[in-house]
Design a protein. Structure first.
Lengths: 337, 434
């Protein structure tokens, strides 16, 4: 019986990675939910837009490294490149909006037409990403790799179990919290944020009270640009950059947004963590955890892994299905019917 | 009837393009494009039923075609008796216990009064059922995978004629679609999209991971073909005679004949499907479907059960996709779960339907031909373009190499641009709905 070791194992293999992954999903889901509540369609290009933004950050990182600007060996250079990435993505998304979505807004097309158009944007964005950077995996993390490593932890505590905190994980969690706080401050405390909420709540009333819809839409895309670049860069720092992985994030991100309640920012965040921890918890082999908790002679002999890691999509899907069956509006009662 | 002439003209132009491919490139290439176009046309028909007739947004086409492909393996491959002896019973028992667990949970949910106790009982049923099923399933699958792993390691199929796999593939896909549709239809229209996206990823994950079923990422190759293989055609005297008369080599003639055989089979299937689809579209049932699509509220007020009708058409359309999936696997002679990617198998089909003209069966078919032709030909065209662009650069420069390597990604860009242009400027497609 050794509950401390059990807790350390759990923190190392489930809690920390789950928090990091959950933060990345939450940022992605926030973008999806914002687009959904303001522009009123499901943005299928989200994963690929994220990949494109991350690609810009990677190129900028390489450029910075080439001219000698780095994070000083402490923080990843990519963090310094994020503003450049956001600027490029704002331009990209606004151009996409002018060329593609605005027309459909003007003719008041059905929501599914927007979704279809976002498929087109997805194709183009995906093609551009592959054209510029290719399909292979890129690692762009530099600076200090660990805040503390397994060995440090063992030396400090004298425990047999190890615990490590990678810099990318710590950065992810801290950055995500800061971004979420800033977003909520913006949405609830500033005039622009309030006009966005008013517009999402009731379009006609907002128009009547003199809110300029085009301005709201522009602001939404700018915020989304920030969210996708930050989420994509954090994910890339944590797990490496491959365009296909970003596409596949689409399912967990949408699941997070729906589970939390489409259109609800708080819901997106909670949904992100629900999805992340369920994926982690169900595909984690619990054997070591329970070995520490049980008396020695009762140690489990199987891996105690509910599902192989290959089925993490199945977990996401199962959560999604459960929510759709029992509470289609999501945990926080988003505005869907 | 001027519209009709225009459509015939469009198809004739497409045929002419294929003939030009045959004349300037090769007959084999033209037939390869033709065969894949025919299969794509069937997939596009399936999607058109869902989108064009009923306005359902299915982004899980990849999963339904893959399930259809699985049918080709399960029907046509010879059974691996050793593997059946090693763990067949355990695997089946484990699966059945898994299904029983889910059914038991559903029964508990329906019979017990809502409350904390019900939640706990359901949880207990699932955990216990899971452990029991796993107890039989895990050792059995391991035993199966241990049987001759280099070439087998799976249960094999039934050893029946591969043509049978086509309808069975349709049934498999219909089953998967029923499950998804039951859950997500009747809610917001986007939810079906997310749910189908999910199920298709899961189906691919299952195909990749469950090696006892169809060898997973090790692929099943050598699936029996419905048409005589070129190798078996070559020694035939009439083939050699024909080759001599046409002035082609024997191997070339044989492969062309084999591909033609497929084309004939596919054309027959496509013709039957179009006939059925047109009949259905012009029947009272088709009118009802369009009425529901155009105004759900009004149709509901007229007493139509919208959700049920949606489920019907969703299952039907997915079945057609499954049929096409089985046909594709029997054309390739192999099932390679690693090669299924959503851009190619889901979103490309969407481009076909939109470009061709959603709501019109002939439009979907034409769209499939045009888009598949572009998909195949854009890559060499892109390479050619890149060579032109880079011809002034030094032969060894990194930029030139990068540009040449990336030519293959041009096709995604082209497809995206084509889709956006059609949506913007000609939302009704090449052959609009009447």
């Amino acid at each position: 019986m050794d509950p401390v070791s059990a807790l350390v194992t759990l923190t190392n293999f489930v809690l920390i990675p789950g928090f990091a992954y959950g933060s990345q999903l939450a940022l992605g889901a926030l973008g999806i939910t914002l687009i959904y509540s303001i522009l009123r369609f499901s943005h299928f290009a989200h994963g690929d837009v994220m990949a494109f933004g991350t690609m810009v950050v990677i190129f900028t990182t390489w450029g910075f490294q080439a001219i000698g600007i780095t994070g000083g060996g402490v923080i990843p250079t990519a963090l310094l490149a994020i503003p450049v990435g956001i600027a490029v993505m704002i331009v990209y998304l606004l151009v996409a909006d002018r060329l593609v979505y605005r027309f459909f807004r003007q003719v008041k097309a059905k929501p599914l037409t927007f979704v279809m158009a976002s498929l087109g944007v997805m194709f183009v964005t995906n093609g551009l990403t592959r054209l510029f950077i290719g399909t292979s995996e890129r690692r762009f993390e530099d600076g200090e790799r660990f805040i503390f490593s397994v060995r440090d932890f063992r030396e400090w505590t004298g425990l047999a179990e190890g615990l490590a905190l990678r810099s990318s994980q710590a950065i992810t969690i801290v950055t995500a919290l800061l971004v979420m706080a800033a977003l909520f401050w913006f949405l609830t405390r500033t005039k622009s944020g309030k006009s966005m909420r008013a517009y999402s709540d009731n379009e006609d009333l907002a128009l009547l009270s003199g809110i300029n819809p085009e301005r709201v839409v522009t602001m939404t895309w700018m915020i989304v640009a920030g969210l996708v670049v930050i989420a994509g860069t954090l994910y890339g720092l944590d797990k490496g950059f491959r365009p296909i992985n970003y596409f596949q994030l689409l399912l967990p991100m949408f699941a997070a947004a729906i589970v939390g309640g489409l259109g609800s920012p708080i819901g997106a965040i909670v949904g992100g963590f629900v999805v992340a921890f369920s994926e982690m918890g169900i595909t984690y082999a619990w054997r070591r955890f329970f070995t520490h908790l049980m008396p020695e002679d009762m140690a489990p002999d199987s891996m105690l892994q509910l599902l192989p890691v290959d089925y993490k999509f199945a977990v996401t899907f199962a959560i999604l299905v459960i929510v759709l069956i029992f509470r289609p509006t999501g945990i926080f009662r988003g505005k869907s019917i | 009837m001027s519209v009709n002439w225009r459509n015939i003209g469009l198809f004739a132009a497409m045929g002419l393009v294929l003939v030009m491919v045959a004349a300037f490139q090769s007959w084999q290439l033209a037939l390869t494009i033709l065969n894949m176009s025919l299969i794509s046309a069937i997939m596009a028909l399936g999607v058109n039923m869902q989108w064009g007739y009923a306005g359902l947004f299915n982004v899980g086409i990849m999963g339904f075609t893959a399930v259809g492909g699985l049918a080709a393996v399960l029907i046509a491959m010879p059974p691996v008796n050793e593997a059946w002896a090693a763990g067949g019973l355990g695997a089946i028992l484990g699966l059945m216990l898994g299904v029983a667990t889910i059914l038991a949970a559903v029964v508990v949910y329906k019979r017990m009064t809502p409350g904390r106790l019900r939640g706990m009982v359901i949880f207990a049923v699932i955990v216990v059922g899971w452990l029991v099923a796993r107890f039989f399933f895990a050792p059995a699958t391991q035993a199966i995978q241990a049987v001759n792993p280099a070439s087998e390691g799976y249960l094999g199929g039934l050893g029946l004629p591969v043509i049978l796999a086509w309808p069975v593939g349709a049934v498999f896909a219909a089953g998967a679609a029923w499950l998804v549709g039951k859950v997500s239809l009747g809610l917001r229209s986007d939810y079906l999209a997310i749910a189908t996206l999910g199920i298709s990823e899961i189906i691919i994950a299952i195909l990749k991971h469950e090696r006892w079923l169809a060898r997973g990422v090790n692929n099943v190759t050598g699936i029996p073909r419905p048409v005589t293989r070129p190798v078996d055609l070559q020694p035939q005297p009439w083939v050699q005679d024909l080759a001599g008369r046409l002035g082609w080599s024997v191997s070339e003639t044989a492969s062309i004949l084999s591909a033609l055989g497929y084309s004939v089979l596919f054309v027959i299937v496509l013709a039957i499907l179009i006939w059925l689809a047109e009949k259905a579209l012009n029947s009272p049932w088709g009118r009802m479907m369009r009425a529901i699509r155009d105004n759900e509220t009004a149709a509901r007020a007229m007493g139509k059960d919208v959700t049920r009708r949606h489920l019907n058409i969703f299952v039907l359309g997915s079945a057609v996709c499954g049929l096409a999936g089985a046909m594709m696997v029997s054309l390739d002679g192999q099932l390679t779960p690693g090669s299924y990617e959503p851009l190619r198998f889901t979103f490309l089909i969407w481009v076909m339907v939109i470009v061709g003209g959603s709501g019109n069966n002939w439009g979907a078919v034409l769209g499939a031909f045009v888009i598949w032709f572009l998909w195949v030909q854009v890559e060499p065209a892109g390479r050619w373009l890149m060579e032109m662009v880079t011809s002034g650069m030094e032969p060894g420069s990194d930029l030139r190499r990068h540009l040449l390597d990336s030519a293959s990604h041009m096709r995604l860009l082209t497809m995206g641009v084509a889709l956006l242009l059609v949506l913007r400027f000609s939302p009704r497609g090449l052959i609009p709905e009447k």
